[in-house]
Structures are given as C-alpha cells and as structure tokens.
Design a protein around this ligand. Sequence first.
Ligand code: HEC
Length: 246
Amino acid sequence: MFSGTLVTSGQGIVEIAATGPRTELGKIGKQAKAEPTMLQTETRRIVRLLAITGLGACCVVVVAFALTRDPITFANVARAIGAFERKLVTPGRFDKFLGGDTSALTDPEAKGLAAFMDAGCVACHMGPTVGGTMYQKLGLMKPYPTKDEGRFQETKNEADKFFFKVPSLRNIDKTAPYFHDGSLPQLEDAVKVMVEYQTAKGKFSDEELQNVLAFLKSLTGELPGDYIKEPAALPPSKTTPKPDPS
Ligand code: HEC
C-alpha cells in the first residue's frame, strides 16, 4: 500500500507521514483502537516493507507518528530531525582515501593527516567521523580560559568539569564559528588552541599548520542535493490548522 510513496529521501519520509497513504494510516489507526494487537501486526508489516525498500528503521518512527493522536510534539519533532540527520551523510575524498585510494588526498593533505595523527588529535577526533564519539576535557594540558564548566553543569560530577563533546570534524571548514561558545571565527585559531591546550606537542610549525588545515578542508564532502531539497508544500486538508506565526 505504501509502494507508490516510499522513496529514499527526507521528502519521502514527510510524504509517508503527512500525505500519500494518510487514509490507509487513518484506517490502521481506527482498527488499532478497536483491536490493540492489530497495531503491532501492522507495525511489523510496515517495518518489513521499509526494510524491503531500504528505508530503514528510523522511518518507522515517522510512520508511527501518523498513527498517534497528537503527532506534532517536541519529542517527535526531535526524533524526526534525528532520523533526517542520520541519513544526511556527505561522502567526499576522505572516504575514498579510507576506502584504500591513497591518491584521493593531495600531498599537503596527506602530510596534514600524518601531522594530525602524530600530534595525537586522533585520541579524541577518531574514527570515520573524525570525532563525535565522546566527551573530553577542554584544557587537558593546561586550563583553558572559559567560564563554562561544560558537562559538569548537567551531571554535577567533579570529574566532568570542563568536559565538552568532541565534535566531528567532517565539513569543519563549513561550520565556523568554532567551540561550544562560537568564540573562534577561524579554523586556524581552533587548530592553534587545540594543539596548545589538548596535546603534548604544544605548537605546529607553519608548514605543519598549513598541512593540517589542508587536511581538515579535505573533510568537506558533497551535499546530497535531492535529500536536502526543500519539500514541496502539501495541499491543506479540511483539518489542517491555519499558520500561526505568533
Ligand atoms: C583530549 C581531546 C582532544 C584532543 C587531543 C584534540 N581535540 Fe580538538 N576538540 C576537543 C574538544 C572537547 C573540542 C570541543 C571544544 C569546545 O566545544 O569548546 C574540540 C574542538 C576542536 C575543533 C573545533 C570544532 C568545532 O566544531 O567547534 C577543531 C577544529 C579541533 N578540535 C581540532 C583538533 C586538532 C587539529 C587537534 C590536534 C592538534 C585536536 N583537535 C586535538 C577535544 C580534543
């Protein structure tokens, strides 16, 4: 029943939730109320269908929204954004390199990667995402001047003082300003602070710095045009609420 509307894009997900099989989903909803086990069976059927079409489990959540009474909640919006972001990947030359094509990086970029590894940046910015997998102390080698106590504010655990999420460095050239407080406008400044406060190396030579910057810029990938295309507005139904900009 969903075959016509299932496409592997963010817009596809929105369509499933909001248009296309709305009547089908409505039917499922009504039947589910009358017969509670039916929802489970239906959900399993949808999961199978999504698996076949390659859409993955995250969409199930979105489909599930359409079955609930009040789908537009803060938590559901957060889930939908999460589902969107998990599929928002930007492969680039670095992935070719990771895939074994050593010519995918230029000479300065490859030297920059070597300097990045030698300086120990990979202790924190690790894996294919080049970070994003842990919290670490900002100011590991010497105190970093910031009033923000980081994760400690959430956990009240002394050991978490000045711990921040280690950001992924994918597309880092495109995501200025840097750090938790956006205090550093230039990538170069962020790298200088990192080598000084986070590593035993303390300082990059001018050449190393330029190479590391070249490497970091090589982490910029291609944007998936179709996936991030603005979705076409859906025609309003009788029950669509009027826009309320207040
Ligand atoms: C001990 C862990 C650790 C090491 C080692 C480390 N970093 Fe970081 N890095 C962090 C943390 C934590 C942040 C987030 C700081 C913040 O939000 O204020 C960060 C932030 C950054 C940023 C800014 C990212 C953004 O989106 O704002 C860059 C660029 C960066 N690091 C590059 C490097 C480089 C280059 C090295 C090696 C010289 C390095 N890091 C070594 C933990 C580390």
